[in-house]
Design a protein around this ligand. Structure first.
Ligand code: GLA
Length: 389
């Protein structure tokens, strides 16, 4: 479905539910991360691309002070009062409450609102569905109350909201991707210097295929936090010998300090190499997609062996792709331990590849993968604003 049709559907659901037209519509995209995985929380480099999957929010002001939030995906409505914490296990309700608490705390929000929200980004699979959900609703509320903030502030607020709702202390990759992306471009983020660059993605030779393994790992959050800690521990040890202040000052020879601790060594080796892969990708993407695909393949090995965030099913998908001649490389993306992988495939071979990989996978694991070709999208947008002037 294209973006306009998607937005139209959400708007229709809003009208049916609230018997009113929305005053604001805001949309935030999901993302893939081309390269630069598990680098953001260490001030590294990453290279995300916004994709044609979105979360759209429709909003209008209401009488009273509470917020009625209708999740079209879950077919449920919750009423949230900015002064009362909800007693819930539903993640989406936790997120939405946290958005309303934090925004009401920081800004002058004079009344309640009616909100309908829907997403078509697979949830919890490494495509940044939570960041798009948070950013879309937050921007919608801010616009509804005529509160202007910078994109940077919106990213920082979104990070704070997710942390307070779910306790996940992640980096800024997902928020930057959904907020700053430009259509048909990969964005190069330097988290240390808060610097963004854009590279146009060539269109004629290869496509990017996403494969959702449908593997969900309960442990993903705690494992994620453990990786964050291991990197910090490794840096601490190195600092005893070398006079450096930050992860970005690391080079491979300094890892000699970690010879006694193979795990910390491996984690930081991945970080150093992965940043270099972002630099290499920036050059290769433009005119050598075969070399760019090889960078993905090397990154997958590093995430599997050094960072240990892959899983058996996705390793199998990568291995089974290797023998397919139009496949140029691929890797697991996002936090890991399941979820999605991305693949560079020759444009002329897309259908055959999907068929090949699904057949191999079904034989081994006895279920169907969710496979789709992505189109590129732009970052967050206000798609409609009622003008009563
Ligand atoms: C998750 C986090 C991001 C980033 C990636 C790994 O998606 O939300 O901040 O750390 O994992 O690159």
């Amino acid at each position: 479905m294209d973006k306009i049709d998607f937005i139209q559907n959400v708007s229709t659901s809003f009208k049916v539910k609230y018997n009113n037209n929305p005053a604001i519509i805001s949309t935030a995209p999901g993302r893939i991360n081309l390269i630069g995985e598990h680098t953001d929380y260490n001030n590294g480099l990453a290279m995300p691309i916004a994709i044609n999957r979105w979360v759209t929010s429709c909003l209008s002001k209401s009488q009273g002070s509470s917020f009625s939030v209708f999740s079209i995906n879950y077919g449920k409505t919750v009423d949230i009062n900015p002064d009362v914490s909800p007693d819930t296990d539903d993640q989406w309700v936790k997120l939405v409450s946290s958005i309303i608490f934090i925004l009401s705390d920081e800004y002058e929000i004079s009344t309640g609102a009616d909100i309908a929200v829907e997403g078509n980004i697979p949830i919890g699979c490494g495509l940044s569905s939570s960041a798009a959900f948070i950013a879309s609703i937050s921007l919608g509320i801010l616009e509804l109350f005529d509160i202007e903030i910078s994109k940077k502030k919106l990213a920082d607020l979104s990070q704070k909201i997710e942390k307070s709702a779910l306790g996940i202390d992640c980096g800024l990759l997902d928020y930057y991707s959904t907020i700053y992306s430009k259509k048909n471009c990969a964005m190069i983020i330097d988290f240390k210097f808060d610097k963004l660059d854009f590279v146009a993605i060539p269109k004629d030779e290869f496509s990017i295929i996403v494969i959702n393994s449908l593997v969900y790992r309960e442990l993903a959050n705690s494992e994620y936090l453990e990786r964050v800690k291991q990197c910090r521990d490794g840096l601490k040890v190195i600092k005893r010998k070398y006079d450096i202040s930050d992860f970005r000052d690391l080079d491979v020879k300094m890892l000699d300090s970690l010879k006694q601790d193979k795990i910390l060594y491996n984690r930081l080796k991945h970080f150093i190499d992965e940043n270099q892969r972002v630099r290499d990708m920036q050059l290769k993407l433009v005119d050598d997609y075969i070399a760019a695909g090889k960078i993905l393949r090397t990154s997958h090995d590093s995430l599997k062996v050094l960072y240990e965030v892959s899983c058996e099913e996705i390793d199998y998908i990568i291995d089974a792709s290797e023998s397919f001649h139009g496949w140029r490389g691929g890797r697991i993306i996002g936090g890991g331990f399941g979820g999605c992988s991305i693949h560079f495939v020759d444009i002329s071979m897309i259908a055959e590849y999907q068929h090949h990989i699904n057949n191999c996978f079904r034989k081994k694991y006895n279920y169907e993968l969710d496979i789709f070709e992505i189109k590129y999208s732009s970052g967050i947008s206000i798609d409609y604003r009622f003008n009563n002037g």
